[in-house]
Design a protein around this ligand. Sequence first.
Ligand code: SF4
Length: 363
Amino acid sequence: MKGLYVHIPFCESICHYCDFVKRVPSHQESIDRYLDALVKEIALYKKHFDSIDTIYIGGGTPSMLSVKQLTKVFEALKDIKPIEYSIEVNPESYSEEKGMLMKTYGINRVSLGVQTFNQELLHYLNRKHTNKQVYEVVDHLKACEIERISVDLIFAIPGQTIKDLDQDLKHIKSLDITHVSSYSLILEEKTYFYHQYLKGNFEQMDEDLEALMYEKVIKDLDDFGFKQYEISNFCKHNHESLHNKIYWTLDPYIGVGLGAHGFIDGYRTYNERSMQAYIDHYQKEKVYQTSDMLIQDALIFGLRNTKGIEIEKIEKAFNIDLFKRYPKLEEKMNYGLLEINHGYLKLTKKGTLLGNQVFMVFI
Ligand code: SF4
């Protein structure tokens, strides 16, 4: 499998928790200038087009591009025939015309930035859509026969209650979608919330309540027919995100656009994060991945998957004895955070809640 990630770094406003590479464009011309550079960068990878299985257009907010601008991006990618073709959409910037355009260019999966259905909490996060818009977008995507719809959900928002989360999950059920990505709110540096935190105006949710919320997300989604296949990802009908699986299994992928990164020919590539530097020469650096780096990634990403890691396979691939190299794994097993099942090392239910304690073993 090989993937292509395309970054659209523009948003209509900035969410208070967001540390992605994004900006509010000063005018349409700045978007056009960026897209000119992006299209040229995409063309640099033409020789890989035949082997690309997944495209993921993320951001930022790709759906805030105009129909003309979206067409320009889709045209640059039209010679690729991926199995999975995803785009991120924010409900407030979707239109029926954009949905039909996506369908025309072969997009078969949409990731919808919802985060919560509670209007007060949405306002607190500085997000602008309404629940009505979410339902309308999902209905229209289905009418366009884009059936693979994922919704992003955030929990552990300060002030959020279990009852609020319960309402969010009920909405997820009634939307009748195929995939959910659910993350707890993380306080990241260089965000509005972080500045509030430094001023004493932001208090993170109590860890016990956060754990209760995560357990509720897992249980309710399971009740609604979603299988958890990764710490933060759940799907129906085996509609796992193929593109994300490429990241987790260390398969190669190309990253294009501002601040995008890739993994190709044994190198991690990092694009420039400043707009002018990106337009001038795209890439900032590429770093060869030593076997130590790859083992670490393979183990952490592997354990995030509910299936776990196949011990024999990983030992052969990296020529290691897993438990000799990481003796602390025994300790984590004794604490009930890890278990071995049919040759796979995997997180237990308790380990899923405390994943970071396990991942520290590899760092
Ligand atoms: S819409 Fe997405 S990328 Fe833009 S600020 Fe909000 S979270 Fe960040």
